[in-house]
Write a protein that binds this ligand. Structure first.
Ligand SMILES: [Fe+2]
Ligand SMILES: [Fe+2]
Length: 203
């Protein structure tokens, strides 16, 4: 547990009280989801703790780290400053904290924009960031429940919420977020069709 205590000490130095508290909440939600879905609980806690580690440093510093990271970045990711802390965080934990676990690195990298074909572990961090205790948007309670009862639907609702908030802000929708939306729209429509087929057979 020493390692986690060290990470918490580092986070306290880098984040406001509010953001530190959010990180603790995301870590808790991530570990609960990991427990439910058979993923590594401690690793999920660590990724949850670290996901916003670069959120409050100067934007110029975030940009530099993001660009140094040799990652594939889309136009919207480059244009929207609020998205820089994901790739910057991935660079930071890899190069400064020497974390070499690809799942943790990718979970931090994609926690804001998402992407299609995320691993379950990445999806857990994405969802945990949406349902953490400090979140209070309109449908959060619904998504919180779905996260433990219908993971697929929870992901769909979370990405819909993300896209509608971007539209409200009149900002750019990252391709990766659209890909995630399309993936889950497809999965949910396939599921709906097979349910309708089964219901039809029963009658
Ligand atoms: Fe974030
Ligand atoms: Fe966050």
């Amino acid at each position: 547990m020493d390692y986690i205590d060290d990470l918490k000490t580092l986070l306290k130095k880098r984040l406001s009280k509010k953001r530190y508290n959010h990180s603790l909440n995301v870590a808790s939600a991530a570990s609960e989801l990991a427990k439910k879905y058979g993923e590594d609980i401690e690793k999920a806690y660590i990724a949850g703790l670290l996901h916003d580690i670069c959120k409050e440093i100067e934007p110029e510093e975030q940009e530099q780290m993001m660009l140094r990271g040799d990652m594939e970045l889309s136009g919207a990711e480059l244009a929207v400053k609020a998205l820089w802390h994901g790739p910057a965080g991935a660079y930071f934990i890899k190069n400064e904290l020497h974390i070499d676990d690809e799942e943790i690195i990718n979970a931090v990298r994609y926690h804001t924009v998402g992407r299609s074909g995320m691993s379950k572990f990445e999806e857990i961090i994405y969802l945990a960031d949406n349902i953490s205790e400090d979140r209070d948007f309109k449908d959060v309670e619904k998504i919180r429940k779905l996260a433990f009862t219908d993971f697929e639907k929870a992901m769909y609702e979370a990405v819909c919420y993300s896209i509608s908030s971007i539209v409200k802000k009149q900002s750019y929708i990252p391709d990766k977020t659209m890909d995630l939306y399309n993936q889950y729209t497809y999965l949910c429509s396939v599921r709906k069709k097979s349910k309708e087929k089964n219901d039809g057979k029963k009658q």
